[in-house]
Design a protein around this ligand. Structure first.
Ligand code: DGL
Length: 292
């Protein structure tokens, strides 16, 4: 009986998804602020025909030191906002929000939602040769143990060493991407991981791919750096292809192109976004996520 009910509800969910979603509909992507633009950059590279509606929660960033309840509440509001934009799927482009909120949100909505944690964890398992995987992320993502739990389910023999690197986010946001201060902080955070002989390292925070060179300098050539943003875009492409939701037509500009929304400080966001995306952002509009 229970099985019949579950089968019926799965069927009705898939019907809802298929009838609501159209290939030409946009993809909703959100993050606590600017960091998720590293995921947007990968989506634009790998599936350039996809239109993106991005929401950066610049009024409430950072998520990395907030509780599970707060991050889940914020994420739910943003998902409700993105639904008003008729998105065909949602990408949680924030490791902390993926760690805390993905499971609940997946149950609550009838379109596919993907986070950045699983794709990143899978890629690290594929990359490791000695089974020692490092994860660097916000304090919240490390405390959630999401990466180690997921890696354990797919590679029970692997060992995972997590390290919170909270100073990396403000360093990136201050633009200190290539700077002696960032070099020094990276050495302090990462030496322990190097000493423990990890051979693959997950960049488990949206900002870290932007200081990849610095991290690489400390870790050396023997350690493979895994960028969950890249893996997430790859998984998104597969998911859209499986559901016949890939957009075939090139997207336009202006109203027909990508849209960017933030909850505060739109100009600062635009400057940062234009520095990392090739796509010229005409404007980022302010939306009060609390209303959703
Ligand atoms: N986007 C967050 C993450 O990937 C980092 C910034 C924050 O703490 O909000 O975990």
């Amino acid at each position: 009986m229970v099985q019949q009910f579950m089968a019926l509800s799965q069927w009705s969910n898939s019907m809802k998804t298929e009838s609501a979603a159209q290939p030409g509909a946009p993809i909703g992507v959100f993050d606590s602020g600017v960091g998720g633009l590293t995921v947007v950059r990968e989506i634009m590279r790998q599936i350039p025909n996809e239109r993106i509606v991005y929401f950066g929660d610049t009024a409430r960033v950072p998520y990395g030191n907030k509780s599970r309840e707060t991050v889940t509440r914020y994420s739910r509001q943003i998902v409700h906002f993105l639904r008003t934009q008729n998105v065909k799927t949602i990408v949680i482009a924030c490791n902390t929000a993926s760690a805390y909120a993905l499971e609940e949100l997946e149950q609550e909505i009838d379109i596919p939602v993907i986070g950045v944690v699983k794709p990143g964890a899978k890629a690290a398992v594929e990359a490791t040769r000695n089974g020692k995987i490092g994860v660097i992320a916000t304090a919240g993502t490390i405390a959630s143990k999401i990466y180690s739990q997921y890696i354990e389910t797919i590679a029970p023999d692997a060992s995972v060493i997590g390290k919170a690197c909270p100073l990396f986010v403000p360093l990136v946001e201050e633009g200190l991407l290539q700077d002696p201060v960032t070099d020094e902080i990276a050495r302090r955070y990462l030496t322990e991981l190097k000493d423990r002989q990890i051979d693959s390292l997950i960049l488990g925070c949206t900002h870290y791919p932007l200081i990849r060179d610095t991290i690489e300098k400390v870790m050396g050539d023997e350690v493979t750096l895994v960028n969950p943003a890249y893996e997430t875009a790859r998984e998104l492409k597969e998911l859209l292809a499986e559901r016949s939701l890939l957009n075939e037509k090139p997207i336009g500009l202006g109203e027909d192109g990508h849209s960017f929304y933030v909850s505060d400080a739109a100009e600062k966001f635009q400057v940062f976004a234009n520095s990392i995306l090739k796509y010229g952002i005409l404007s980022a509009k302010i939306v009060n996520a609390e209303k959703y």
